[in-house]
Design a protein around this ligand. Structure first.
Ligand SMILES: *Cc1c(COP(=O)(O)O)cnc(C)c1O
Length: 432
């Protein structure tokens, strides 16, 4: 379906200022508006934090009750077979794979993103020990989500074989960081703070030309932008299901491994779920063929089962359509902030160029933390990231054009009246 973009006009063109009626009219032709009813959101809340914790699909409560009362309560241990619990990581992986351009048998839903990064890095290091034994550099980004850097440091420390970290930053662009002495690059497809998106195909081609393997962290990309792992010829990918995929707080993450690499080595978290014959209870480890060797141990089945409810909504659309509407909504967000909050010190740090923008918009403001608290008190939930960043996640499955208008109006009011300066908005919470 090709739907003309209601706000495709550039944010700056000398067109008349937008009105709320324009936004309502855009909602009426939004091809994704029909999904709003599939989510449970409280009255009076405008939720712009689905990139941190996705909203709850309506079907999730019923599914949770079924897993707990029927599958666990009544069927007890038989459910490992009868309810398909044991196969869940792979079955959900196949479903999720459709949203990231992966084939069947290439994804498992399991563990956390942090743990999956460790497995992917370790597997990449072992493959390269054979292909390029002299290499010792692992590339990631200074501005990456911290856990990506921390877990890489942990692996380097543990290996104790002279591996070193090289960080992409303002002084070292990716083209210069990913050179022929590098083992693997670990990049976030969409940056968690700025919303800047890499061209996966281009970076991967550059990496491969230098003999470098790629790991893509899709935490802020899966379910939000048009990820095409196979087409980009990527090597490994990981990501969350609790953000844009609406799996629930702390729901298990996913890992994708290009079929060409799956059977080359096994990853070191070699638990019994990855064994070739887990119920033979053999003395020694023998990895299962394929993606299941990236499993480790028993999964939190209640949480894992609920991941399916979010996936079942998302697979009714396509990543390309999701991203197209998302870009339209983020364009609108940027344009309205500039039209209506233009006399306040808000600095856009998200790219205007669609080719490199993910699905959230971020602004810097010296009082960013207080403004986010004041917005939350008025029912507009975004979040705050150091330093001074106000971040607004745009989730077209349950946010529309008038929602963006209403959120920016509340932002404008908070800025115009300086209501963010109240003492209660200066107190720091543990989670921002
Ligand atoms: C949210 C996020 C994570 C989270 O990792 P967990 O193991 O689920 O805590 C990892 N990487 C990126 C880029 C993220 O945005």
């Amino acid at each position: 379906m090709t739907t003309a973009s209601p706000f495709a006009v550039s944010a700056s063109a000398g067109t008349a200022p937008l009105t709320r009626e324009d936004c309502v009219a855009a909602d009426a032709v939004n091809p994704l508006a029909r999904f709003r009813d599939q989510f449970e959101l409280p009255e009076g809340v405008l939720y712009f934090d689905g990139n941190s914790l996705g909203a709850r699909p309506r079907g999730t409560a019923e599914r949770a009750a079924e897993v707990i009362t029927a599958e666990w309560g009544t069927d007890l241990v038989r459910s490992w077979n009868t309810a398909g619990w044991f196969d869940l990581p792979a079955r959900l992986g196949d479903k999720l794979g459709r949203l990231i351009g992966a084939g069947d048998g290439e994804v498992v839903v399991t563990d956390s993103t942090t743990l999956n990064i460790f497995k992917a890095l370790a597997a990449a290091v072992r493959i390269q020990k054979e292909d390029h034994p002299e290499r010792r550099v692992i590339v990631t980004e200074r501005d990456n989500f911290p856990t990506d850097v921390y877990i890489t440091e942990g692996l380097i420390e543990f290996l104790d074989q002279g591996y070193e970290l090289r960080l992409i930053d303002a002084d070292l662009p990716w083209q210069e960081a990913i050179t022929d002495d590098v083992v693997v690059s670990l990049l976030s497809h969409v940056n968690y703070r700025t919303g800047t998106m890499y061209n996966m195909e281009k970076v991967t081609a550059h990496a491969h030309a230098n003999g470098v393997l790629t790991i893509w962290d899709l935490a802020h990309a899966a379910g939000a932008v048009d990820v095409q792992l196979a087409a980009a010829k990527a090597d490994f990918a990981v990501g969350c299901t609790y953000k844009y995929l609406n799996g629930g707080p702390g729901s298990p993450a996913f890992i994708w491994v290009n079929a060409a690499h799956q059977d080359r080595f096994w990853q070191p978290l070699s638990g019994w779920w990855g064994h070739a014959r887990p119920f033979e209870m053999e003395t020694h480890y023998e990895p299962q063929a394929g993606i299941r060797r990236f499993l480790c141990g028993t999964q939190p089945i209640v949480s894992l089962a609920l991941v399916e409810c979010g996936l079942d909504v998302t697979v009714q659309t396509s990543p390309a359509e999701l991203h197209r509407v998302s870009l339209d909504l983020t364009d609108l967000f940027i344009r309205l902030v500039e039209e209506r909050c233009g006399d306040h010190p808000l600095t856009l740090i998200t790219p205007r160029d669609h080719a490199v923008r993910g699905s959230h918009v971020s602004f810097e403001h010296p009082n960013g933390y207080q403004i986010i608290q004041a917005l939350t008190a008025r029912g507009v939930i975004g979040d705050y990231r150091e330093p001074e960043v106000l971040r607004f996640g745009v989730t077209p499955l349950y946010l529309g054009y008038a929602d963006v208008w209403d959120a920016v109006e509340i932002l404008r009011d908070i800025l115009d009246t300086r209501s963010w300066d109240a003492p209660e908005f200066h107190r720091r919470n543990a989670v921002t």
